[in-house]
Ligand binder design. Structure first.
Ligand code: RP5
Length: 177
């Protein structure tokens, strides 16, 4: 139509995921949300799945193969209790697995931590802190893995660090008496 600028119909395909975020149960979401928020902040596209080593073992195996086929940078895997999800994923793929121990009700996540960190030599899983801090750091670690070859992610990561440094520097001093 003349005189009316039409909005171009450009189909916006979302960027392909580069990080897989998986968790053993929906109940892990409150913990793993910290990873999702951080990945979004750092401009690192991700996908999210609930997968269980004991409830959906076949799906776990096919997901691990898919992550390798799609050349994911890493898989961030959170699980609680007898947390074999990260180790089993690592067994099925050479994509680096970053394990996040979810705080369990029974043992406050000590069980999750030891299950994930104590991999026998041969199949590594990088293990982070228990709970949301671990999920957040796993996302930051994923960003650091690609920052050397991705200027956009590097800038986001540098900005994140600068902001948290500045937040401390901006704290007022409280003088004692
Ligand atoms: C693990 O068992 C999950 O990762 C979760 O942390 C824990 C409890 O799962 P739900 O009973 O809440 O589904 O497999």
């Amino acid at each position: 139509m003349q005189g009316v600028s039409e909005t171009p119909s450009v189909s916006q395909t979302p960027p392909a995921p580069r990080v897989g975020v998986v968790m053993g149960s929906r109940s892990d979401f409150a913990t793993m949300e910290a990873a999702l928020d951080t990945l979004a902040q750092l401009g690192l596209p991700y996908e999210v799945r609930v997968l269980s080593a004991h409830r959906t073992p076949e799906l776990l195996a096919s997901y691990a193969a898919r992550a390798q086929r799609l050349n994911f940078t890493c898989i961030i895997a959170g699980a609680g209790g007898a947390a074999h999800l990260p180790g089993m994923l690592a067994a099925f793929t050479r994509v680096p697995v970053l394990g996040v121990p979810v705080q369990s009700r029974a043992l406050s996540g000590q069980d999750s931590l030891l299950s994930i960190v104590q991999m026998p030599g041969g199949i590594p899983v990088a293990t982070f802190a228990i709970g949301p801090a671990g999920a957040k750091n796993a996302a930051l670690f994923a960003a650091a893995m690609v920052a050397g070859s991705d200027d956009g992610v590097r800038q986001h990561l540098d900005a994140f660090r600068h902001q948290q440094t500045q937040a401390v520097l901006d704290e007022p001093f409280f003088e004692g008496h």
